[in-house]
Design a protein around this ligand. Structure first.
Ligand code: MSP
Length: 497
């Protein structure tokens, strides 16, 4: 295990209204960060906002205000949502911050000095409505208006020069692009010659961006600017000690929609600037709504705020993590959300706590009973719990999150079964110490389950651990202290309709 763990989300377009897709990547990063912190690894989790470019400039113009004011007014929509979702980021970066502009310019100058940026005149079809160059094929569709031939001087990054080096790197580092099918997609893309990348926009057309250090008439192409956030935050060019500590990043978490920019543009940019490449770029699939992509125009976008208000934060986090196989698309339906909530959370998990704590309160003076000498059935629960902890750890490290959660829930179900089979509510009338042993074992198993699920549901599991008077993330058997007083707690997961 390397000493430090650094992971990032994409920086989201400040103009977008946050939806379940943005929430998903950010929760995923948060869950991973919390797992690694619990495992004692020093962790740095970065998220933020992408604030330059045409769309922001346009939106601000439409509102008759300055672009920065527009960004300042839009940013809290994300920040507030992350607070509501209990996102434990360590840094939140906005590309309009000075600390970032300085680094983008330093980076550009470095690449320019290395001879990897050249000036060229580009002639092509330009869509005035979209404010960008389009291909012949795009021009044939009816999506673009006001098309004209345009000749424009711009700056280009010699991306093509790094094609072979990139292919070699991908082939010799199997974890560089994950999952496997995404790696193959990029290798397929790299079978065609790789074009150079236009990294400038003339100010006559767009001025909401970071000025090129070597030509004041131009601003930086928004993707070139945005990707650099990943090194700005840990201190590139400013705090060497910190940068060396965190870089290369452990994971760039992204959606599959932005794979090329991350797996082709970004590594070639880093090669040119002589900076180590990321350890891994992990692309997850999309949340779909009944087979189609969530989109504003179809009007099927799920608003995470509504779900949180209706069901609480942790059930939303749980559903998103449990339901998606990392790397594949997944369908979001309210029916499956409600079903997961009731069966996994209310029936299996929440009920187990209320059963145990009710019996302890009624028969043991509201205290944790003594486990005594463990017999076979109890030892089995203990051994299963211990092996579950190492299974979950391995699965998390291999990004098999939904399986880690399912394994934990299976354990909880087996503890429920153990309770049914041994019926401590009956036994307590004849043999209080035997019943106490069962309750202790079930309670301790539930505590382990709660610690394992705490990165996914930090709030509700903390209520559970608090009720048992056993805070902390200790995964060794025996965290429940005999004699400790139980605390009153609200129902963990009341059933919903
Ligand atoms: N600003 C760029 C990223 C720059 S990173 C240097 C951008 N922003 S975005 O606001 O469009 O966010 C894209 C990300 O949102 C995706 O990569 C993905 O993480 C997430 N999702 C957006 N829609 C999604 C779904 N329907 N499902 C799952 N995640 C999705 O692109």
């Amino acid at each position: 295990m390397s000493k430090t763990f650094y992971l990032t989300t994409p920086i989201y377009y400040v103009n977008d209204k946050p939806h379940i897709g943005h929430a998903y990547t950010t929760i995923l990063a948060d869950v991973l960060a919390r797992f690694h912190r619990n495992a004692g690894q020093e962790t740095f989790f970065l998220t933020g906002l992408d604030e330059h470019g045409q769309k922001v400039q346009q939106a601000a113009e439409d509102r008759g205000i300055e672009p920065l004011q527009h960004c300042d007014e839009m940013a809290p929509r994300f920040i507030d949502l992350w607070e509501k979702l209990h996102i434990s980021y360590d840094d939140f970066i906005r590309t309009t911050e000075n600390r970032h502009k300085i680094i983008v310019q330093m980076f550009l100058q470095k690449v320019y000095d290395a001879g990897d940026i050249y000036e060229d005149e580009y002639e092509g079809l330009y869509s005035v409505s979209e404010e960008r160059f389009i291909t012949e094929k795009e021009a044939e569709s009816d999506e673009f208006r006001d098309i004209k031939k345009l000749k424009e001087k711009n700056y280009f990054f010699k991306m093509g020069k790094y094609q072979d080096a990139l292919i070699d790197h991908i082939k010799s580092n199997p974890k560089f692009i994950q999952p496997e099918h995404r790696k193959n997609e990029i290798l397929g893309f790299l079978r065609q010659p790789l074009n150079d990348l236009c990294v400038s926009r003339p100010k006559s057309r767009l001025n909401w961006g970071i000025e090129l250090p070597f030509d004041k008439e131009y601003v930086t192409y928004v993707w070139f600017d945005a990707l650099i956030n990943y090194i700005t935050s840990p201190g590139f060019g400013k705090d060497h000690e910190s940068f060396d500590k965190w870089w290369p990043v452990s994971y760039h978490l992204i959606g599959k929609d932005i794979l090329t920019t991350h797996a082709v543009y970004w590594p070639t940019m880093l090669m040119s600037a002589d900076i180590e490449l990321p350890q891994s770029i992990f692309a997850h699939g999309w949340w779909l709504m009944g087979e189609s992509k969530m989109s504003k125009s179809i009007g099927n976008v799920i608003n995470p705020m509504d779900l949180i208000d209706d069901y609480g934060v942790d059930p939303v986090r749980y559903y998103l993590m449990r339901e998606m196989v990392l790397g594949q698309d997944s369908n979001f339906t309210m029916e499956s959300f409600i079903q997961r909530y009731n069966s996994d959370l209310a029936n299996d998990f929440g009920n187990l706590l209320s059963r145990i704590s009710t019996l302890m309160k009624k028969n043991y003076d509201g205290r944790i009973p003594d486990p005594g000498e463990l017999s076979e059935a109890e030892l089995r629960i203990k051994t299963e719990g211990e092996s579950l902890c190492s299974t979950v750890d391995g699965m998390i490290k291999n990004m098999r999150l939904n399986e880690a959660i399912e394994n934990t829930m299976q354990y909880i179900r087996s503890v429920n079964k153990y309770m049914e089979e041994n019926a401590p509510w009956k036994l307590v009338k004849e043999d209080k110490s035997a019943a106490g042993k069962i309750l202790y074992t079930a309670g301790e198993a539930l505590r382990l389950g709660a610690v394992l699920l705490s990165p996914v549901m930090p709030h509700r599991t903390s209520i559970l651990l608090d009720a048992f008077n056993a805070p902390g993330a200790d995964l060794s058997w025996g965290g429940l202290k005999p004699g400790a007083t139980l605390k009153d707690h609200e129902p963990l997961f009341p059933r919903v309709k």
